[in-house]
Write a protein that binds this ligand. Structure first.
Ligand code: GRF
Length: 217
């Protein structure tokens, strides 16, 4: 029987990465189970998908709390109430306080639509195009207090085409996000990622196999 780590996914919007994680978790041998989809926005469209999939959902609005620390504490309590052991940030658009980040150190991961450490923060695709890079991509990393930093678990690259717009590039990168986030979560949930300082080391025997065929592990 597959041992499954309980996962909470935090979203703020459409939640397409959350959906890719939920789909991955529906495989019988996948080592994670989504126990909660939490949004800071009641109108996040991703919540509808989660509800239809029969997953517990919660809305905790940052507007109901006087400061970041109390908002984070409320989320932390809700996440623990559902028995989560890992947190996936998937388009969650609030900065987190260092206290919750440290409490979930190496158990909280994020996906960012750039090849980190380039283009941290917002408007990544616009800035990548302005910089004239020839490769763009996405990264899954452990979360650290500075935004979009932390040991990198997985990345995927896509070529930048001469006629790309921020939207066309974003769409091509998003396809790759949907591939690598489930792979990265699988590796973390199976304890195959070791963090040393600022770097994450993945059990080499599974890396190529999982990226070639995410369903093969
Ligand atoms: C994705 O591009 C993700 O990398 C970034 O925000 C976007 C969220 O998209 N952090 P979705 O809500 O997962 O569709």
């Amino acid at each position: 029987m597959t041992l499954r780590q309980n996962v909470a996914i935090l979203i703020s919007g459409r939640g397409s990465n959350m959906q890719s994680l939920v789909r991955a978790c529906s495989a019988p041998d996948y080592p994670a189970k989504v126990v909660l989809v939490l949004s800071n926005k009641a109108d996040a469209t991703g919540l509808d998908y989660a509800r239809e999939a029969g997953i517990a959902t919660a809305v905790i609005s940052h507007k109901d709390y006087p400061d970041r620390a109390s908002f984070d504490a409320a989320m932390d309590a809700e996440i623990r109430r559902h028995g989560a052991e890992l947190i996936c940030l998937a388009g969650f658009m609030r900065l987190l306080d260092s206290r919750i980040i440290e409490a979930w150190r190496d158990r909280m991961i994020n996906i960012h639509p750039s090849l980190l450490p380039s283009f941290r923060g917002l408007d990544t695709h616009e800035r990548a195009l302005e910089a004239g890079v020839k490769l763009a991509g996405c990264s899954v990393h452990f979360v650290r207090p500075d935004v979009d930093t932390g040991p990198i678990i997985a990345q995927a690259a896509v070529p930048v085409l001469p006629d790309d717009t921020p939207d066309s590039l974003a769409a091509r990168v998003l396809e790759q996000e949907h591939m690598i986030y489930p792979v990265a979560l699988r590796l973390v949930a199976e304890g195959r990622v070791r963090v040393e300082g600022d770097r994450a080391f993945v059990d080499a025997s599974c890396t190529m196999r999982s990226l070639r065929n995410p369903d093969s592990l």
